[in-house]
Design a protein around this ligand. Sequence first.
Ligand code: IMP
Ligand code: MG
Length: 178
Amino acid sequence: MKTVRVKDKDFSLYMSEATIVERVKEVASKIDADYRDSKPLFLVVLNGSFVFAADLLRNIDFPCEISFIKMSSYQGTSSTGKVKQLLGLNESIEGRTVIIVEDIIDTGYTMQELVNLLNEKNPEQVVITALFVKPNNIKVPLNIDYKCFEIENDFIVGYGLDYDGYGRNLSDIYKVVE
Ligand code: IMP
Ligand code: MG
């Protein structure tokens, strides 16, 4: 079994790039059929989604805009603790269909915050696309419109996903060896 070391942990091969890309193409063709006429704005959530987005969006066959955002979290001054905000959303999304492109939904808190922040800007609709979802870990109700794979609660790296900043450049997906 192929293994790699990323920083201080060992990871074993979990899913090949070919398997991922085949499924990403399937999902892209569904999005292509469903949103062909809505002139959507694809919003790619950095950093982890850059490889997924590159494969997904090259299989979208209608004119569309693509933009990139980042969520920044920091300790707020109020008792609510963590505050998140959007970095890099320069387009107006009012009245538009926004399709979020996200690498992985774990607890779902990040996605929930993102959807709330976008909804404040009065889009027509917000659509969620995720490469991976960990259904056994989701803590909040989320309507995930397109998911490529449901996985167990294992920690994975590669294909854009990182462990402490490393491993994003691995072509395949690896899971941590406990
Ligand atoms: P959530 O808010 O718990 O859904 O976490 C989402 C974020 O946690 C993702 O955008 C990733 O950055 C990170 N994350 C969650 N699970 C993994 C994993 O297995 N590998 C790498 N990053 C992960
Ligand atoms: Mg992420």
